[in-house]
Design a protein around this ligand. Structure first.
Ligand code: DAH
Length: 337
């Protein structure tokens, strides 16, 4: 009898069901009321006591084997059934739709606003050379203003660096195009700064450049006022403060008026109500000349702004690092925009 059980186990091991019905037949054959196993258990009763231990455990093993076989193929056929039953006409679930990153939202909003007054888009490399990032922009070697921009250099070659601002793209654009030029250059920039709520080693800027005959500071002011109103609302006021950039003369920083009504407006404007949003100025004649444009014939303005800064203001984000962490709880809040 032991031999019979061993042979049955071999048979069960080799068995592969071809369909769910086949498996069902197998189950009844072995586990059914009049099935193989019940037959074995009733013969077991008549076996002499000294053989019972060994035989009992081999019949139990056979039973486990049969049950395992049925279990494993049951899942297999069930899965196949689900697969076979897919309703291809059913609409897909939209639960996991992603959303646009706030930096990307603000970037396209800025581009749209300037696009409406005729600005095109131009881009340049993030790995730059000294000429495009500094020298052509009126920042010759040893110029103290280079220190303002904590630069990442590539390996030990001081000529190759990660661009510290998108102003490098205006140089490339002027070198390759002739006026009239009206272009916007968005992109990622890098600075060797400690990461904090207000600073990061990577961030995004948009550079604007307008070169033509007789472009004046009044044109610059008007374009920026238009931008501020489109971005922050019709009532937005701006003011220009004299400033210094090596690539513009005269230069200015632009503030928008937030007021001091709320605690947070009071805090971020240091009690003045005004907050700086960008730097700008009339392109320095040296820069035009460096880029092959005749400064006697043409003049122009340029401006540069940080996208994170605009996004923080627009959405009331208090910590710059949130834009880089990709925390879904933060990003989800922008899904309806
Ligand atoms: N490149 C400047 C910066 O990164 C921003 C800037 C200021 C750009 C004035 C300009 C400009 O084009 O005219 O801080």
């Amino acid at each position: 009898m032991l031999e019979k059980v061993r042979k049955l186990a071999e048979k069960v091991n080799k068995y592969t069901p071809k369909s769910e019905e086949d498996l069902n037949r197998f189950r009844v054959e072995y586990l059914g009321r009049r099935g193989v196993l019940n037959g074995l258990f009733s013969s077991f009763k008549r076996v002499p006591n000294e053989q019972k231990k060994e035989l009992g455990s081999s019949i139990n093993n056979l039973k486990n084997l049969v049950q395992k076989k049925i279990e494993s193929y049951k899942d297999f056929f069930e899965e196949e059934e689900i697969g076979g039953d897919v309703d291809l006409s059913k609409p897909v679930s939209l639960n996991n739709l992603g959303s646009r990153h706030p930096i990307s939202l603000v970037r396209s909003e800025i581009l749209d606003i300037f696009n409406r007054i005729g600005f095109t888009i131009s881009e340049g490399p993030e790995i730059e050379d000294d000429w495009h990032n500094f020298s052509a922009l009126n920042l010759p070697e040893e110029h103290p203003a280079r220190d303002m921009q904590d630069t990442f250099f590539i390996q030990t070659n001081p000529d190759i660096l990660l661009r510290t601002h998108t102003s490098s793209v205006q140089v490339r654009h002027m070198e390759n195009t002739s006026p009239p030029i009206r272009t916007l250059s968005p992109g990622r920039v890098y600075r060797n700064e400690a990461v904090s709520a207000r600073a990061h080693c990577i961030f995004h800027q948009v550079e604007g450049l307008y070169i033509d005959e007789k472009v004046s500071f009044a044109d610059l002011k008007q374009a920026l006022l238009y931008f501020a109103k489109e971005m922050f609302g019709e009532k937005t006021k701006i003011r220009l403060r004299p400033s210094y950039f090596p690539f513009t003369e005269p230069s200015a920083e632009v503030d928008i008026y937030l007021g001091t009504n709320s605690d947070s407006d009071y805090r971020i404007t240091k009690g003045t109500g005004w907050l700086e949003i960008l730097g700008c100025g009339m392109v320095d004649p040296n820069v035009l000349e460096n880029c092959g444009i005749d400064p006697k014939k043409y003049s122009g303005y340029a401006f540069g702004m940080g996208i994170e800064r605009i996004a923080m203001l627009k959405y009331g984000v208090k910590d710059l690092r949130l834009f880089f962490e990709n925390d879904i709880r933060f990003l989800k809040q922008f899904s309806s925009l």
